[in-house]
Design a protein around this ligand. Sequence first.
Ligand code: ZN
Length: 630
Amino acid sequence: MRFADIEMLRYDVRGFNNLSPQQRRYIYHLTEATLWGRDILWDQNCHINLPLRHLLEQLYLLYKGERQSKDFLAFQEYLRRMWFSNGIHHHYGMEKFEPAFSRDWFIETINECKLNISEELLEVIFNPDILAKRVNQAAGEDLLLTSAMNYYGPGVTQHMAESFYETQKAKGDIERPIMYGMNSRLELASDGQLSENVWRKGGMYGPIIEHIIEHLTYARNEAENDHQRQIIDLLVSFYQTGDLGTFDKYTIAWVENQEGEVDFINGFTEVYGDPLGLKASWEGYVNITDQEATRRTRTLSDNAQWFEDHSPVQNEYKKPVVKGVSARVVEAVMLGGDLYPSSAIGINLPNSNWVRQEHGSKSVTIGNLTRAYAHAAKGSGMRQEFVIDKETLNLLEKYDDALDDLHTDLHECLGHGSGQLRPGTDPDALKAYGSTIEEARADLFALYYLADPKLTELGLTPTADAYKAAYYSYMMNGLITQLVRIKPGSQIEEAHMRNRALIARWCMAHCNKAMQLVRRENKTYLSISDYDLLRQAVATLLREIQRIKSEGDLQAAQELVEQYAIQVDATLHSEVLERYERLRLAPYKGFINPVLKPILNSEGHLVDADIAYDEGYDEQMLRYSREYSV
Ligand code: ZN
């Protein structure tokens, strides 16, 4: 299914039918807890998202007019985009959607359906200046007052929030800091006092959290082992109290658990939606282990210390002992919150630095999502259009898919878990540049080792030359093809995209002998003439990025990001968009979830669950709004 810049894919769950009925019951309850968190995210993204969604869905269902009319089709597309982005802002670009239906048609239709709309909501839809951007990262502006996200109450400025949390941090445990501010909305009272409205049972999002707790409690009864039961108990206790110390305990129990075939994430997790990188969006997913592919990543984690010791990073910033780098290849069974419908394909958690350092981290590559992407990419024509010559194209056709999986494994299992901070460095010292630098660090670690003979020795790369495919496609993406995701006139905003631009452009600037952009028949191509030299540039940048992170060198981070990661060359951009346009592809993809159908006995008890892949996109979105909403 296609709409706007989106293509919807389905993913199948390999191995689901080989599980025991108890495992499937466990999964079933966990997926219910996953689906219940959706509306938390909608509200976090912007305060008007839920009332607006409710109204538009009503209109969509009640509308009796011509469903093929220009205005209705435009309205339908607006709603589908909103569903996809969990709100009115583009999930990647962060800018507010512009309606292609007319204001007059909309008001008339609202009246015909006997619905009401407030002046405020009407303005939100049709006035481009209101709530224009979900997350603003433009330097020099107050990032909170200019962002439409809902993590801070009206009137809370960037300065207020930063000093509020600096004061909290200074008072707390410096060695093992909790994730300050992670699970609350910071609000300003009329007397000028700041306070946190905490997301917990009895607090903000309380009614939704009660449903999540209910399903986690059912899941507990079906868990595979005691360790899983302990994890659920701690998570439930965190949801009941909002206590971040309990959250750390839960995180530690979760990261240390390696038993069982079923695992899940459920809660406040990633901080990309907050311009200050403190407040965590709600996400959830349930997965089962893919035993076969997990052997591949096990090999990497078994050799984690070797990789750490041999990296080009300064010795003092290497971990003397790399702990608990765990890696699994999983099959997603259900995606929720910030992982739905657009999902990451690799996940490395937890985000707390000291927990990672002392207890390790857990990494997954989501195999069935990768499969779905690869399947969709076949025959898209992208490579034929943008790769420089037949020889390079053959190289990519041969190795790029396999190497891409390996890149993700290296990034997630080793990259994020590598390195250490200098004692006393504030983990948040890089502020708004932190996410980009961290992603660059993990990607550089992966790129550096993709070219290492060690991987061939371990049997993970087919030939010593295969890495060239990965280098070419990575640099081509960072310099050229990822620009298709940017609107004309806009800059690069998203952390992963900034990271790719940073690496590719820095390497090109510092290693002009190895790679250049060249023009052939009025088209721009990437030419790489010396892969060895390019790898040396990767090593140099990795060393510098790790230094920046370890020392908390905010100024150097700012300079790198500002110089290489943000600007878009307008001429190249329009050329790329034109070439891309002709391929008629969707730059963004997302996933329709499977449906887990409960199998009940005559007393109405759950005995097993079935999986089906037949639900449509609109159908699924409307059902979620109906069934998982308070
Ligand atoms: Zn990452």
